[in-house]
Design a binder for this molecule. Sequence first.
Ligand SMILES: Cc1ncc(COP(=O)(O)O)c(C=O)c1O
Length: 387
Amino acid sequence: MKLSVPHIDKNDIKSVNNVLKSEWISTSSKTVNTFESKLSFFCKTKYSVALNSGTSAIHLGLKVLGVDKNSEVIVPSLTFIATVNPILYLGAKPIIFDVDCYHNLKVNDVINFIKKKTEFKNNNTINKKTKKIIKVIIITHMWGRACNFSKLKEICKKRKIFIIEDAAEALGSYVTRDKNNHCGAIGDIGCLSFNANKIITTGSGGAIITNNKKFYLRAQYLANQAKDDTFNYIHNECGYNYKMNSICAALGISQLKRLKKKIAQRKKIYNRYLLNFKKSKNIELLSFDKKSKTNYWMNILFFKKLNFQKTYDLSLSLAKKKIETRRLWRPLNLQLHLKKFEKFNVKNAIKFYQNSLCVPSDDNISESDVDKISKYIKKFYEIIINK
Ligand SMILES: Cc1ncc(COP(=O)(O)O)c(C=O)c1O
């Protein structure tokens, strides 16, 4: 029983086959344009740029917003490495903050930091300690759980700090304050991923979504080799080969049609885990903000009394029963190449990393599978804790 794997059906194959037969397989085609329009329609944004990965979406987003070697970018500690590495590609520096009870950026800590540890000069927010410009904050919507960052958005507007939403895991998730706002469509730029383990897949792939025309045009330009004159091959600056190809886009169009069904299926899985662990004192299922709608991409269990080693032992015992589990993303401040960067009180991220596991959440899992998984988790937990 798997965490999350791709599901390819006959319609996906038909859609891809049609593109293969048409010979329009490169990055510029009607199929790519159609996928972009369908994404914009689904996320209710004005624009989308389909790309070859979520990592390129984050890199391009940072580049479009002007991040360079004089910039600093705020990130949450508990996230996949691809949230932070693109900051380093641009020679900028990350500042690492803790996460809240939903594993999302601790918004209040960032607001306090901006108020107390930065100053506003010449239209820029300057970190008093390093004298660098805080250019961007990356909000992640971890495991599909939407981060509600409205208070932070207000202060960022005044302080000229851009917001990128890393919504790689959150296609189909919403912040629901006054209305449904799709994750990625709330800040300046949103980044999606369609990697094989995501709720829908294009094999590998990603996208930028935005309501800002200037950012959209710049992202399209840079993603497509910064072509100024196609016939004469004139490129006035350094671009990238980041666009999605038509084969992936055809798969994306077909997969997108099943997204709502997939979310409904994953909701059933979440509710069953919830029921099974509701009465457990020592095992907690990761919840989500009540002012949000989640896509239920991944379920996480927190084992209050286990330590790092015992959590691993539990994972090994479950593997013997063909139940796949994995740790959470390793906190960024613990990664060797990131240890030197500024960080603030990352206690929660470390606590959750120590003794939580991602548990099977794939579309194919039935409620009786969840019962079986839950039974083994409880059984092995008791054995391990009493060792
Ligand atoms: C939070 C997060 N950010 C970024 C990425 C990068 O996306 P990709 O693998 O498509 O490059 C992923 C997923 O893989 C992710 O989970």
